[in-house]
Design a binder for this molecule. Sequence first.
Ligand code: SF4
Length: 446
Amino acid sequence: MMTQLSLEQKKAKYGEDLLEWYFHIQRNLPWRENHDPYRIWVSEIMLQQTRVDTVIPYFLSFIEKFPTIQHLAEAPEEEVLKSWEGLGYYSRARNLQAGAKMVMEQHQGQVPTTKEEVAALKGVGPYTCGAIMSIAYNEPVPAVDGNVMRVISRFFALEDDIAKPSTRVKLEKLVETMIPEGQARYFNQALMELGALICTPKSPSCLLCPVMDNCEARLQGREHELPLKSKAKKARVEYRAAVIVEGQGEHEGKVLVRQRPSDGLLAGMWELPHVLVEGDQAALYAEQLKEQPLLGQAISEEMHKRHGLLVKPREWFCDQDHIFSHIRWNMRFFLADSSEVQSHVGEDVVQTIAHTTAQTAAAAERTYSTDQIDPTDHIDPTDIMQNVTTEAKLVAESTEDYRAITAQEINMTPELRYIRKEDMSTMPFPNLFLKILQNYWKTKGV
Ligand code: SF4
C-alpha cells in the first residue's frame, strides 16, 4: 500500500520525477543550444500563443537577421515586423524591439541579471521574466503560463479559476516553493515540456506521466475536469468592407495599400484599405446581392474622406474572417478602380464631377445620407462616384483643380502606396492581407 506523502514530500518527489523524465526526453530546440539570455528572451516572446513547430523557423531567421541585441535595437521597425510576419500578435515584436533599445540605453547592451530589472523591460511580463531569470541565469524564479497553471492545478486538484490573475499569483508562489535547489533552469523547462507533451488541455496522457503516482486529479478521476477556467468574453464582431484598388497608368499592375498608424491594433503594418460597416449596412452584410453597393459606398466614402481618393468598387472578390483576441473582423473584399481610371478612360465622368452644381450636390447628398437609404433599394454601384462628390469640397472645383488636389493629397498621404507583388518582400502585412494579396496576384498570373 502506498504511504501518504506530506505536502513537502510531494513537492520534493515531484521535482525528482519531473527532472529525471526531462533529462531523458528533452527536445533539441534551437534556443536551448546555450543559455544566452537574448536568445531565450526572443524564443519566449515568440512562443507566447504559438506552437513550437511554428516558432522554430521564425526563431532561426530572426536570430540570423538580428544576431545581437544591438542589431535588433538598431533595425528599422518595419524590418522587425517583416521578420514577424505570419506569427501574429505583432505588438510582441514591437515591444521586443523597445525592450532591446532599453537594454542598449540602460544596461550597456547586456540583458540585466536581476528580476526587477528584467521585469522592467518593455514587453516582459512575469512569465517571460521567470523564463529569462531561470533558464539564462538559473535563478529560482517561477515561469507560470497557461500550460504550467494547468499542470499544477491538476497535480494538486486545485479548484481556483485559472482565468483570474489572483490564481496566477497564487500558483507562482506555489511553484517557487517547488523548484529544487540549483535546478531552476531545468525544472521550469521540464514543467513547460510536461504541459506541452503529456498534460495537454484535452487529452492528458496520464499513463505516460512522470508524476502520475501523486497527481490528485488523476487519483480522483478529474483530469478532464480540471483546471477550472471561466469563459473569456466573446470577441466583438465587426463587419468591414475592403478594396483592392487596381492601379492605372503609371500604377498599372500595382495595387493600393496603406500603412496603419504607429500605435494601436496592428500598428505600423500594411493592409488593404478597409472601413468599418455599421448600422443597417452591417445587417445587410450577409446578403450578397443587396449589400454590395452599400458596402461599396461605405468604402468609397471613407477613401475619399480620409485619403482624398475617389475609389469605385467594381466587383466582389472574396469574404474573409480574421480573429483577434477580442475582435472578429468579417471582411468583404471588392476589386476597385481608383480616380485615375476616371481621368484616363472616363473624361466625361470627371467633367460631370467637376461641374456638378451646388443644387444637384445637395439633392445627391440627401440620397447619400446613409440613414435615409432604404436598405431594400438596389443602388447601382455606378452611382457611387457621383454620390461621393456630394461629400466633398471637390464639387465646386474645376477639372484641373480636382486633379491637382487629388494628386497632391495622394502625395501628402504617406501611409498610401501603390505596390507590386515583389514590394511585399520588405513590407510587413498581417496574415489576413497577406493571404488576400497572394490570392489576388495568383488571379493575375503574377
Ligand atoms: S497524471 Fe495526468 S493529469 Fe496528472 S499531471 Fe500527469 S498528465 Fe496531468
